[in-house]
Design a protein around this ligand. Structure first.
Ligand SMILES: *[C@@H]1O[C@H](CO)[C@@H](O)[C@H](O)[C@H]1NC(C)=O
Length: 240
């Protein structure tokens, strides 16, 4: 370690003036605050979630996090919202960047979309078609097996349901089914990235979309859905 510190000090002295050595302790000081062991949590893209469940690496990764932290990581299943206006072959990685509120991606404009519709008769977890395996679907349906899979997680699960498509009855049916199927259901999220909805979004009903429009929409959905969905203690939340 010493030669490295010296080299750094010499370089710094030459270019920037005197160096300041910082010693990073290998163990926390006795007066350090304790961090909640469940702080590490994982978000899994909604449409890709059943695929992740088929990879052994997924459970291995979650188990590693659990043993490192001493607590099961909480899991949020949600997302799948980015709609690239001029180019539909948005790579999955791009969606992740867009989740960090990149409203433009190079020259491409991105508009928020919740796209998933629950189909109580669908025998598969999800159903969608994409032109290339790297694409995110522009619309998809999901069925009861989606919740059976999500019930397999050891950690608490927050489930993202659709608001953008303005089909409250559909999201309610999904929420009730999730509640029945998932003992590990912690919360239901109503709508993904509502800051990216626009006047063309069904939820906007032809009016301009704004923060205040979103606040009223959230309040309305939460009020209308909470009595049945949160009866068992599940919480309602939203993702911005
Ligand atoms: C799955 O989705 C495709 C369109 O992507 C549709 O044609 C097909 O009927 C759907 N299958 C089921 C079982 O819903």
């Amino acid at each position: 370690m010493l030669p490295l510190v010296i080299a750094f000090a010499v370089l710094s002295w030459l270019r920037l003036g005197p160096a300041h050595a910082i010693t990073v302790p290998t163990s926390p000081p006795s007066d350090a605050a304790a961090i909640d062991p469940s702080l590490v949590s994982v978000s899994i893209e909604f449409f890709a979630f059943p695929g992740y469940m088929q990879l052994r690496g997924t459970s291995k990764c979650l188990a590693n996090l659990a043993s490192l932290r001493g607590a099961q990581p909480a899991i949020r299943i949600g997302g799948t919202t980015q709609y690239v206006e001029h180019h539909l072959s948005c790579r999955h990685g791009d969606s992740v960047r867009a989740n960090s509120h990149y409203h433009t991606l190079g020259s491409l404009r991105i508009r928020g979309r919740d796209r998933a519709t629950y189909d109580a008769n669908l025998q598969a977890p999800v159903n969608y078609t994409v032109a290339s395996p790297a694409d995110a679907p522009t619309s998809l349906t999901y069925g009861p097996p989606f919740f059976t899979l999500a019930a397999q997680f050891d950690g608490e699960v927050t489930l993202g349901l659709n608001r953008q498509l303005n089909n409250q009855a559909n999201s309610l049916a999904a929420g009730l089914r999730a509640k029945e199927s998932m003992m590990n259901l912690f919360a239901i999220e109503l709508g993904n990235e509502p800051d990216l909805y626009a006047s063309g979004s069904p939820i906007a009903a032809g009016a301009a979309w704004s923060q205040s429009a979103d606040i009223s929409s959230e309040a309305k959905w939460f009020t209308e859905m909470a009595p049945s969905v949160s009866a068992s203690g599940s919480r309602l939340t939203t993702c911005d």
